[in-house]
Design a protein around this ligand. Structure first.
Ligand code: 13P
Length: 284
């Protein structure tokens, strides 16, 4: 199958009460692991890369990996730009062939966030590429940026107006999650999520999901989350596999040996999360 966009995937998820997992990938093995997990469970899947990841290599490297994986796969695969930090980066991802783009203007003022989100939506829509935006501030470190100060949660009425004025296809909401490793158990404002859902009729996105208990994620999906982002835990899983091989054989020097172990750990993790978000068996 060729790469697909998030448009139909997320609308189907919204209609049928499940979510699609969006997994951050950092190398070829993680791309292979995510797609292998999705194939084994007959699930659609979204892969995504942040600005720091595409700075490490380049959009073109990650796009090429994702394209090959999608071409060889029997399930729908999306390549998404996560936390697009500027109009220019969003456009570069669009031109590279990414099939879904996030513009993250959540660090700007409300009006500037509307301006940049609308500009990206207007530029991507003629080519059929859907756009995710963010309103409110997810805590922790978002790639290289801090979540920031002030009332961080998404205001439902603002969200409704934001969606109308920007024309974006999906919206990341701030309801108490944070990127990175949680110190205690995260407390999510689930009622706020339901309030947002009542007044916003496009797919909602949950960021900062590594470390959120599975039962809480399921409750979020019930209340309208259609895309669930996992990043930190995939990095931890990959490293766990690599470290185990190195601990067992400190003289190992073939990257294929330890990278394969990392790949296997990521695949196991992604399979478990696909079951949590409920997209197993939903590949069309
Ligand atoms: P975590 O690293 O907390 O899983 O967050 C992932 C994310 O939201 C990527 O945008």
């Amino acid at each position: 199958m060729s790469l697909v966009t998030t448009k139909e995937l997320l609308l189907d998820a919204q209609k049928n009460g499940y979510a699609v997992g969006a997994f951050n990938v950092e190398n070829m093995e993680m791309v292979q692991a995510v797609v292998a997990a999705a194939e084994e469970l007959n699930s659609p899947v979204i892969m995504q890369t942040t600005p720091s990841t595409v700075k490490y290599a380049d959009l073109a490297y990650f796009y090429a990996n994702a394209k090959v994986a999608a071409d060889m796969a029997s399930v729908p695969v999306v390549m998404h730009l996560d936390h697009g930090s500027s109009f220019e980066l969003a456009m570069r991802a669009y031109r590279t062939g990414y099939t879904s783009i996030m513009i993250d203007g959540s660090h700007e003022t409300y009006e500037d966030n509307i301006k940049v989100s609308k500009a990206v939506a207007d530029a991507c829509h003629p080519g059929g590429v859907p756009v995710e935006a963010e309103l409110g501030k997810v805590g922790g470190k978002e790639d290289d940026l801090d979540g920031g100060e002030g009332d961080p949660y998404t205001n439902p009425q603002e969200a409704a107006e934001f969606v109308k004025r920007t024309g974006v296809d999906s919206l990341a909401v701030a309801i108490g999650t944070a990127h990175g490793v949680y110190k205690g158990e995260p407390k999510l404002d689930l009622d706020r999520l339901s309030e947002i859902r009542k007044v916003v009729d496009i797919p909602l996105v949950l960021h900062g999901t590594s470390g959120v208990p599975d039962e809480t994620v399921k409750e979020c999906v019930k209340r309208g989350i259609c895309k669930v982002n996992y990043a930190t835990d995939l990095r931890i899983a990959f490293s766990k596999g690599v470290k185990a091989v190195m601990a067992e054989d400190p003289d190992v020097f073939d990257p294929k040996k330890y990278n394969a172990a990392g790949r296997e750990e990521v695949k196991k993790y992604v399979m478990q999360k696909i079951m949590v978000v409920g997209s197993n068996g939903k590949a069309k």
